[in-house]
Write a protein that binds this ligand. Structure first.
Ligand SMILES: [Zn+2]
Ligand SMILES: [Zn+2]
Length: 305
């Protein structure tokens, strides 16, 4: 009997069994309406369908067990180091996760995941495969830091791949020149290359920050939203996986529209997920700043010519 009652209580009705009061986002204990005690393990959920929230730092964890519960039930918060017990955590429906078969809290960027290279690879996979889940799972306190590191690594590694053919050609061209003249030409080329590389990284990093700032202003101006500026910025940065297209030899620069559109779509979906806003609003909030900045840049270029 008891088992059956549990099975029937699915995600869409997390209600007090006694008075029907909605228990979403309420810290377990007595029901606020009638006082009947409840805890998350009284209910079954579709795996991954609900998020458990740390009440001191707002970090969320998705229930991955067959009952949609956390495994293990007790653990230390990855974000604030507090000791957590699943049965003392408030639960929220995890929109967008219902029906998918995911199921573990995924923060590829945690020291337990291995060295820098391994973490970067895991982040890249998550950024390309499940950008919304990645953005939603970021720890609120370190999310922006993780986003910046990830974007920087993408720019350095993929930028180097993009520059490789040019470097080889320059190397071959300079190979014929020997002596002092050759040495000077080589050092000049290296300096020039480093300058161009730094410019490339600087422009994209600052561009992303500027777009992010405007996107967040748009989100604030258009109504209710769930997270702050740092989450908006981090969402734009962790969705930068499409920069990997730059590795295709000689195609890198010509492929930039593909990269921009792919990155843009991923970030629109991520913003929708983290702020709990509609797809249309997320699209508009991301599109307007992009048009303003790209348009402004083109105007500047035209004027300066
Ligand atoms: Zn009640
Ligand atoms: Zn916490």
């Amino acid at each position: 009997m008891l088992v059956q009652a549990r099975v029937l209580r699915r995600i869409d009705h997390l209600k007090c069994p006694k008075c029907d009061y909605s228990l979403w986002n309420i810290t377990p204990g007595p029901c606020p309406e009638c006082g009947h005690p409840f805890q998350p393990s009284d209910f079954d959920f579709k795996p991954g369908a609900v998020a458990f929230t740390c009440d001191s730092c707002d970090q969320t964890y998705f229930g991955s067990s067959s009952r949609g519960h956390l495994e293990p039930k007790t653990f230390t918060c990855v974000s604030c180091d507090r000791f957590l017990d699943m049965d003392a955590m408030a639960i929220m429906p995890a929109e967008g996760f219902v029906g998918s078969h995911m199921l573990q809290q995924v923060i590829p960027w945690s020291p337990s995941r291995g060295n820098l290279l391994k973490r970067w690879f895991l982040m890249l996979g998550a950024s390309l495969g499940s950008p919304v889940r990645l953005a939603q799972g970021l720890p609120p306190t370190r999310g922006l830091f993780i986003g910046i590191i990830f974007l920087l690594l993408n720019l350095v590694v993929f930028g180097l791949f993009m520059a490789l053919p040019f470097l080889l050609l320059t190397g071959i061209a300079l190979g014929g020149v020997t002596g002092t003249a050759g040495g000077r030409a080589l050092s000049q080329t290296i300096v020039l290359f480093l300058l161009v590389a730094l410019m490339f990284i600087f422009v994209i990093l600052v561009g992303t920050l500027m777009v992010g700032l405007l996107v967040h202003v748009m989100i604030v101006l258009t109504g209710r939203h769930e997270k702050g500026l740092s989450v908006t910025l981090a969402s734009l940065m962790v969705t930068s996986g499409p920069l990997c297209v730059l590795v295709v030899p000689c195609l890198g620069l010509y492929a930039s529209p593909v990269i921009i559109i792919w990155w843009f779509i991923n970030s629109v979906l991520a913003l929708k997920g983290v702020h709990g806003i509609s797809t249309f609003r997320s699209l508009m909030c991301a599109l307007v700043p992009m048009v303003l900045i790209v348009g402004g840049f083109i105007t500047l270029m035209t004027l300066s010519l």
